[in-house]
Design a protein around this ligand. Structure first.
Ligand SMILES: [Zn+2]
Length: 237
């Protein structure tokens, strides 16, 4: 006789998240990660959450004017809250849409360059870190939909990338035929990060029905849950 009936793979993912989270919290005892430390000296695992774009760089823009950067931040903040709930205190590369630029960054190109360098310096100041960058996809054709995870060119990033991609597909988008792939050489942050690094394209803002999902608070929470669950699974391997 079955006492628990898991009616969807999302329920299974959330159950897994809760169980692994409890195990992690117990295993770590009081040794929670402090976000106040700018660099960690005893190399405890650090989760770095990067909400892609922001400030002068809105990223891709949907037909209705929705900026990718706003969705990225909203999902990243949910991932942060969820991480804290499970005793993981992540480092955020940004926590607002506005960024304070130095006065000599007086063009959009200079602002972007300064911001990318700032993020990279922060990311590479930690030992034993894992970088998860949140983005949204856009395509000229409005039909493509579904998440895709891109990973830095090394085995650890590939392992996390494939795990996260497969879990996103299993829980949120079972019809998705895209696969986790190595990231293009020209994506600065992911290629220059010294730690395992993935970029999660959560979905296509060029697809009208997926855009409304990506703007939905509950769907954003589901994405954050799956990403966090993948991270926990990855660091406990
Ligand atoms: Zn982007």
């Amino acid at each position: 006789m079955k006492f628990i009936y898991i009616k969807s793979s999302l329920s299974a993912a959330l159950l897994f998240l809760i169980i692994t989270g409890i195990i992690l919290i117990r295993a770590n005892g009081n040794a929670y990660i402090s976000a106040n430390n700018i660099s960690n000296t005893n190399a405890e695992p650090i989760l770095i959450i990067d909400a892609g774009h922001g400030g002068a760089d809105g990223g891709a823009v949907a037909k209705d004017g929705t900026k990718e950067s706003i969705i990225n931040l909203s999902i990243a903040l949910k991932l942060e809250s969820l991480s804290k709930l499970f005793g993981v205190n992540p480092i955020m590369t940004r926590i607002s849409e506005e960024l304070d630029y130095p006065s000599d960054a007086n063009s959009i190109a200079l602002k972007k360059r300064w911001d990318q360098n700032r993020r990279l310096e922060l990311i590479n100041s930690f030992q034993n870190a894992t970088l998860i960058s949140i983005h949204q996809n856009k395509y000229p054709d409005s039909r493509p939909s579904g998440p895709q995870v891109l990973y830095a060119p090394n085995d650890e990033s590939k392992a996390l990338g494939e795990l996260t991609h497969n879990m996103l597909n299993d829980t949120l988008c079972s019809h998705n035929r895209r696969v986790a792939s190595p990231i293009d050489d020209n994506i600065y942050l992911i290629n220059k990060a010294k730690c395992p690094a993935i970029l999660v394209e959560c979905g296509f803002i060029s697809n009208e029905s997926e855009l409304s999902l990506l703007l939905n608070e509950n769907y954003q929470k589901q994405i954050a849950s799956v990403i966090f669950s993948s991270y926990i699974s990855y660091i406990n391997q």
